[in-house]
Ligand binder design. Structure first.
Ligand SMILES: Nc1nc2c(ncn2[C@@H]2O[C@H](COP(=O)(O)OP(=O)(O)OP(=O)(O)O)[C@@H](O)[C@H]2O)c(=O)[nH]1
Ligand SMILES: [Mg+2]
Length: 268
């Protein structure tokens, strides 16, 4: 019974055909500049909403710091050290772990820290899943076995540095040269130089496949500047090299040596 009454009222509320016609007539009688003004104002409001959505949306979604690198580089131990400060025995990761990380700065910045599996067969799917949300990548390198792994490290890094999503959003890249507690490890400077050399070689072999006019094919972008030897300063993203030891020089019971990495994360 009540429903019928409210329905009747709702129907009565609609302007009838005559009212609509008179409204159209009234609008027709208006000064065209007045109508144009209304139209422009509406367009400005819609344009502003779209712009705000675009900028605020992209800012809020890019809040992840991804720990990436080959197997055994020390990503999971770094994850534990950065979040809790504690040493933890680890096993090779088969899925990602994520947690909120508060940067050590006065701004109280916090990021979602994501520890990704390093295994070759799992890596691509996790990169694909998280790359759009990356504010920064911490590319972890095992400095103790770098010489042996340089080719694999460079290939993985190459795939990230030429990824079209990453070159567009340009997250900061921090290359964390880990395991500095082990004797005879490579320094960050040496690792940087060797990677530049290796990436230069990879670029020659890989770029033979780049045929399209804008220099991209299959989502890959040309690495660095054409006609010049590759160095990291040619990239759209900022790349920094730091030395660290997730284990720490005092062993499992002592603190990690990750201050330089924390300083980089505080600057993001
Ligand atoms: N000496 C030394 N060992 C480290 C350091 N960081 C990690 N490790 C050891 O290296 C091994 C691998 O560390 P993880 O953190 O599990 O490596 P991961 O990068 O997460 O490996 P995946 O999950 O397989 O991709 C563990 O035995 C760690 O204790 C370090 O700074 N120094
Ligand atoms: Mg792991």
């Amino acid at each position: 019974m009540d429903e019928t009454v409210s329905l009747d009222l709702a129907v009565d509320d609609f302007p009838d055909e005559y009212e609509l016609e008179s409204l159209i007539e009234k609008l027709k009688d208006q000064d065209p500049t007045f109508l144009l003004g209304i139209f422009v104002a509406l367009a400005v409001v819609i344009f502003t909403i779209v712009l705000l959505k675009f900028f605020l949306g992209s800012k809020t979604t890019r809040n992840a710091v991804l720990l990436v690198g080959l197997c055994d580089a020390g990503k999971t131990l770094l994850f534990s050290r950065l979040l809790l400060g504690t040493f933890k025995r680890t096993q090779t990761s088969i899925a990602e772990s994520s947690a909120s990380y508060k940067a050590k700065n006065d701004r109280g910045t916090s990021w979602t820290l994501v520890d990704m599996p390093g295994h070759e067969s799992l890596r691509p799917q996790y990169i694909e899943k998280f790359k759009a949300s990356a504010r920064a990548l911490v590319f972890v390198v095992d400095s103790a076995v770098f010489q042996k792994e340089v080719r694999d490290v460079a290939e993985f890094l190459y795939s990230l540095l030429t990824d079209s999503t990453l070159t567009t959003s340009a997250p900061s890249i921090i290359v964390a040269c880990n395991k500095q507690d082990i004797k005879m490890t490579k320094s960050a400077k040496l690792i940087q130089q060797q990677l530049e050399k290796e990436l230069n070689t990879l670029r020659v072999t890989r770029s033979a496949a780049l045929t399209s006019q804008d220099g991209s094919v299959g989502g890959a972008v040309y690495l660095g500047r054409k006609g010049r030897d590759f160095d990291f300063s040619q990239l759209p993203m900022r790349v920094e090299f730091v030395e660290c030891s997730a284990r720490g020089h005092q062993g499992e019971l002592g603190d990690a040596d990750i201050q330089d990495l924390e300083t980089c994360l505080a600057k993001l």
